[in-house]
Design a protein around this ligand. Structure first.
Ligand code: TXA
Ligand code: MG
Length: 351
C-alpha cells in the first residue's frame, strides 16, 4: 500500500481538501494517522469492527489492549456510553477538549474489537484543530491509539509515524510537531475513588481540585515490578523502549554528572558506544559518543515534548548503552518519569 503524507495547516485553504480526502478514507473503513496535542494517533472508524481490526494489525498491537475513542462534541457521548456521572461532567467542563481520557461503561454500539472485549470504553476529546476537524468532517468517532508500532515510543512528529507506518496505511496528516509530547492522562471514575490509570499532562492535583476529592494513582503503574497488574491493559506492556539498554542516574546534579561520566568510561573501555540524556545545563559536562539535551531543567514542558524524539534518535545512532538524568519535575514529572522508567525497565542508580 502506498502511504500519502499530506501537510495540513488549517490557516491555508488547501487543507480543507486534504481533510476531506482523509475523512473519506475513514468513512470507507480505512486508516489515517493524524496529529493530536499529545502524540500522533492512528485513526479508524471506532464503531466499525473491521476498521478497528486494521488498527491492531498495522500497529502489531495485542488485541486485549483497548483503543481510545475520540469525539469532537460532548453530545456524541450519549450514543456510546451508558451513563455520564456528575464527576465526569465536571472533568469534561474543565479539561475537554484536551489531554484527558475518561473510562465509561459502554453501550452495545461500541464493538468489542474497540475495547479489547471490556464492557468499558475510553473516550477523549482532543484539542488539536486538525484532529477535531477530521472527526467532524468524517462524522466518525475515531478510534485512535498512538500511531507507533507497538512497543516503540509514541510519535511526536509525522516523520516518526512514517517510519513505523509507511506502506501499512493509506494516509498520514502532517500537522507538524505536537505540543505536549506524552499521551493523555487516563482517569477511571467507575470505582468509589477516582483513579489515574496513566499519568499525563493533566495531573493528580488538577483532577483533585476540580472534583474536590481525593484521586488515587493505580498501584499497578507505580510498582517497579510486575506483582501488581495495571488497570489499563496497555500499561502492562513493555513500552517506549529504545534498542539500547537505558539506565537512569538519580541524585544531586554534580554527583550525577560524575557518576554518568564514570559509567560511560567503563562502557567505552569495553568497546561500547554510549549515549547520554542531559539537560541544557549539563550538556557540555559529559564525555560520551552521543550527548543530547532534553531541554532546560526548569522547562518541564520541553522535557515532555522532547522525550520520545530523543529515545527514537538513539536508535538511529546505534549506541549500546544510554545513561539519563532523572526528571522528577514538580508538575508533570510523574508522567515523564512513568514513561522514562518504563523505557529504562526501572533500572535506576541512586547517587
Ligand atoms: O494521548 C493519547 O491518549 C493518544 C492520542 C492519540 O489520543 N492515544 C493513546 O492511545 O495514547 P493508546 O492506545 O496508545 O493508549 C490507550 C491506553 C492503553 O494503555 C489502554 O490499555 C488504555 O488506554 N485503555 C483503553 N481503553 C481502556 C479501558 N476501557 N479500560 C482501561 N484502560 C483502557
Ligand atoms: Mg500507545
Amino acid at each position: 500500500m502506498k502511504t500519502i503524507v499530506a501537510k495540513v495547516d488549517l490557516r491555508q485553504a488547501s487543507s480543507a481538501e486534504v481533510i476531506q480526502t482523509a475523512a473519506k478514507i475513514l468513512q470507507e473503513g480505512g486508516l489515517v494517522a493524524f496529529p493530536t496535542e499529545t502524540v500522533y494517533g492512528l485513526g479508524g472508524n471506532g464503531l466499525d469492527s473491521a476498521a478497528c481490526e486494521k488498527i491492531y494489525l498495522a500497529k502489531g498491537r495485542p488485541s486485549d489492549n483497548p483503543l481510545i475513542l475520540h469525539i469532537s462534541e460532548i453530545e456524541e457521548l450519549d450514543r456510546i456510553v451508558a451513563e455520564v456521572s456528575l464527576q465526569a461532567r465536571a472533568l469534561m467542563d474543565a479539561f475537554w477538549p484536551g489531554p484527558l481520557t475518561m473510562i465509561f461503561k459502554k453501550k452495545d454500539i461500541v464493538p468489542a474489537k474497540a475495547t479489547g472485549g471490556l464492557d468499558t470504553v475510553a473516550i477523549r476529546m482532543p484539542k488539536h484543530p486538525v484532529a477535531l476537524r477530521l472527526i467532524e468532517g468524517s462524522g466518525c468517532l475515531i478510534a485512535a491509539p498512538s500511531a507507533n508500532t507497538s512497543g516503540k515510543p509514541s510519535p511526536t512528529e509525522a516523520s516518526h509515524v512514517a517510519l513505523d507506518m509507511d506502506g501499512r496505511i493509506p494516509m498520514i496528516l502532517d500537522g507538524g510537531p505536537v505540543g505536549i509530547g506524552i499521551e493523555s492522562t487516563i482517569v477511571d471514575l467507575s470505582e468509589e475513588t477516582p483513579m489515574i490509570l496513566r499519568p499525563g499532562y493533566i495531573t493528580q492535583e488538577m483532577l483533585q481540585e476540580v472534583l474536590g476529592e481525593k484521586v488515587c494513582m493505580d498501584p499497578g503503574i507505580i510498582a517497579s515490578d510486575s506483582t501488581r497488574k495495571p488497570k489499563a491493559p496497555g500499561m502492562k506492556y513493555k513500552h517506549y523502549a529504545p534498542k539500547a539498554d537505558l539506565v537512569l542516574v538519580e541524585g544531586e546534579t554534580d554527583k550525577v554528572v560524575a557518576r554518568i561520566n564514570e559509567l560511560v568510561r567503563e562502557k567505552q573501555q569495553l568497546g561500547q558506544k554510549v549515549g547520554v540524556i542531559a539537560t541544557d545545563e549539563t550538556l557540555l559536562r559529559y564525555e560520551a559518543d552521543h550527548v543530547v539535551s532534553i531541554g532546560a531543567r526548569e522547562d518541564e514542558d520541553a522535557i515532555a515534548r522532547h522525550l520520545y524524539k530523543i529515545l527514537r534518535e538513539f536508535d538511529d545512532w546505534n549506541v549500546d548503552a544510554i545513561y539519563s538524568e532523572s526528571f522528577a519535575t514538580p508538575r508533570i514529572g510523574q508522567a515523564i518519569m512513568n514513561r522514562l522508567l518504563k523505557a529504562a525497565g526501572h533500572q535506576v542508580i541512586p547517587v
